[in-house]
Structure formats: structure tokens, C-alpha cells
Design a protein around this ligand. Structure first.
Ligand code: AHG
Ligand code: MN
Ligand code: MN
Length: 336
């Protein structure tokens, strides 16, 4: 049997390969790993909570769903605060960023942005959800309070990014800007093992993932691209297959492994689409690029968009390089 490498071992090994590494990131990953295990346990209990709900407790499905978002938010926050390497956190679940004021966290170098539970409407129907995270070095003086500008950095400045997918198995996928690696959780011993080394997003894909129920509201270029996906063309293996889970993490993860395009375009009345730039699109974009894929808002590279506010939204097209280029071409044709 081949030797298995754990996530902890892998992070430390990578740290030793870099002369400038201080070990800080290893400790941040330790916090993320711990919180992920707690969320894993909670998600796997969600079904049991539903059974309890049927026996009389009011509104458990709705509450459970909301509780998990908040539970995950609290666990990630607590785990990160406890290690003293992160001075603040911004989350989908918090209107403002949170400053960690414990003496341990003062003067620490990093900030974290997080979507604690992505795809949360899928929890009560037993479908995969995820957690998305993004790590930056703070830019404000280390002896002062953490500032909004620490969080409003373009995605190109990310030091690390990743996601955890709670699917048929739980996996953690991350990058520190030197390729993408995936680790599968063995719940019987509570350890993540390296299972997907140096992940590569296929250059071409045959899967498109979009909420087609919004079709009538999409911009003309996007509508034409969807029709293009559905046309018969044996040379490019069209028509493509449509797959949409409604969890960005799960849809992206599938396309990362198989090749494909996930998109959430602008739609009527929502010129910036639905997804959030800082804690959904940027981390997924960094992983996509590090795996050889692309991420765009339809016209420009996601990672170069200057953020203006914490909960900023953006149209999002991510996945196989040639598919992102194709959809950009359809959009550009309409712009002309
Ligand atoms: P969240 O659960 O964090 O709010 O994110 C849900 C997002 C994303 O994961 C998913 O792809 C998209 O919303 C689904 O939206 P629609 O239901 O509009 O397709
Ligand atoms: Mn989300
Ligand atoms: Mn969420």
C-alpha cells in the first residue's frame, strides 16, 4: 500500500520548500482544517435533525439551514482567532468585517475572507455544499487596527485560497499560488489525505453549468452562447451536457475534474449577477487559474477587479480555458 500524505504533513513539506516561509500559513490551514471537521460533523447530522423536526419541533428545516450558516461562521471565526495569526475576518454572514482583538491576534499579518456555507439551500435536500476561503496579507500597519483596505484587495494579491466540499465525501482543495492540490477526509480517523495532486482543469470541456431558468433575463451574448452549447457540431462534441447543482463549490469542483464552464451572468435588474467577488469568485478564480483554467466577469479577469465594498457582486464565468474564451467572444460580439 502506498504511503498516504496527510494535509498537515503536506502543508509543512511545502513550507520547507520555500526559504521565505514562516510557518504562519501552516497554522492558518490548521485552523481551517479543524473548523472544516466540525462543519463536516454538523452537516452529517443534518438529516437526524430533520427526523427530530418531524416529531414536533417547529420549523426545524428552516432553522437548521440557517443555523448551519451561523454555526460554520462561528467555528471558522473561533478557530482562526484562537491561533493568533489572523487579525480579522470578513464573511458572507457578517455585514462588517470582524477585528480579532485578542492580544494574540494583535499585530498579526493576515486577514481571511469566507463564505462559511455555500449552496446552503441544498442542505435540507442532502445535496453537496461547501465552504470557500481566501487569505491575504494585511496592508495596514501591523501595530494599528485592521482596516477595510486590508479586505478590499484585488484577487491577484491572495496568498492562498481554497474550498471544502461536503459531498459524497468531504474534500479540501487549496492553492498557495503554486498549483492546486486536493485532500479527501477520512471520517473514521478524522484526517485529510492527499488524494488529488497537482489538479489540472481540462483546457476544453463539454459541461455547461448555469441556472437556465433565468435564460430570458440573460444578456444577448450569454443567450447566444447557451444556444451555441446546444447546437450539433461533432467536431467540438456539441451539444454539451448541462449540469447545475446550485452550489458554486460543487458545480465548480465537478468542472475542475471533468472540464466545463460554470457561469452566473448578470440578469434582469441585477447587472452584477448574484455571486460575491471577494469570498466566492476571487478564491474560486485563483484555484481555476492555478489549475490552468480561466475566470472572467465576461469582459475582464476576475482577479484584477478592484474591490470597492465587502459584499460586492460580479458576473462570473469560470472553468475550462477555451470555454471561458468562447463565452467572452459571444459577449464581445454583442458589445460591438
Ligand atoms: P450561498 O448559499 O452562499 O448564498 O451561495 C449560493 C450561490 C451559489 O453557490 C450557487 O451557485 C448560486 O447561489 C445558486 O443560485 P440560483 O439558485 O439563483 O441558481
Ligand atoms: Mn455562496
Ligand atoms: Mn453562503
Amino acid at each position: 500500500m502506498k504511503d498516504l500524505i496527510t494535509l498537515g504533513e503536506f502543508v509543512i513539506k511545502k513550507q520547507h520548500e520555500r526559504a521565505d516561509a514562516t510557518g504562519d500559513l501552516s497554522q492558518i490551514f490548521g485552523a481551517i482544517r479543524l473548523a472544516s471537521k466540525l462543519v463536516h460533523r454538523e452537516i452529517n447530522k443534518a438529516g437526524i435533525a430533520d427526523i427530530v423536526g418531524l416529531s414536533g419541533i417547529e420549523n426545524v428545516q428552516g432553522e437548521q439551514q440557517q443555523k448551519l450558516d451561523l454555526y460554520a461562521n462561528e467555528k471558522f471565526k473561533a478557530a482562526l482567532a484562537a491561533r493568533g495569526l489572523v487579525c480579522g475576518l470578513a464573511s458572507e454572514e457578517e455585514e462588517h468585517f470582524v477585528e480579532f482583538t485578542q492580544p494574540l491576534s494583535r499585530g498579526s499579518k493576515y486577514v481571511v475572507l469566507i463564505d462559511p456555507v455555500d449552496g446552503s439551500s441544498n442542505i435540507d435536500v442532502n445535496v453537496a455544499v461547501g465552504t470557500i476561503f481566501s487569505i491575504y496579507k494585511r496592508v495596514s500597519p501591523p501595530d494599528g487596527p485592521v482596516m477595510l483596505e486590508d479586505f478590499l484587495q484585488p484577487g491577484t494579491e491572495q496568498v492562498a485560497a481554497g474550498y471544502v466540499i461536503f459531498g459524497s465525501s468531504t474534500m479540501l482543495v487549496y492553492t498557495t499560488g503554486n498549483g492546486v492540490n486536493g485532500f479527501t477526509f477520512d471520517p473514521s480517523i478524522g484526517v485529510f489525505y492527499l488524494s488529488h495532486e497537482n489538479m489540472q482543469l481540462p483546457e476544453d470541456g463539454r459541461i455547461y453549468s448555469v441556472n437556465e431558468g433565468n435564460y430570458v433575463h440573460f444578456p444577448q451574448g450569454v443567450k447566444r452562447y447557451i444556444k451555441h452549447c446546444q447546437e450539433i457540431d461533432p467536431d467540438s462534441s456539441r451539444p454539451y451536457t448541462s449540469r447545475y447543482i446550485g452550489s458554486l463549490v460543487a458545480d465548480f469542483h465537478r468542472n475542475l475534474l471533468k472540464g466545463g464552464l460554470y457561469f452566473y451572468p448578470s440578469y434582469a435588474g441585477n447587472p452584477n449577477g448574484k455571486l460575491r467577488l471577494l469570498y466566492e469568485c476571487n478564491p474560486i478564480a485563483m484555484i481555476a487559474e492555478q489549475a490552468g483554467g480561466m475566470a472572467s466577469d465576461g469582459r475582464r479577469r476576475i482577479l484584477e477587479i478592484p474591490p470597492e465594498e465587502l459584499h460586492q457582486r460580479t458576473p462570473f464565468f469560470v472553468g475550462s480555458r477555451n470555454m471561458v474564451k468562447d463565452v467572452e467572444r459571444f459577449i464581445a460580439e454583442e458589445d460591438r
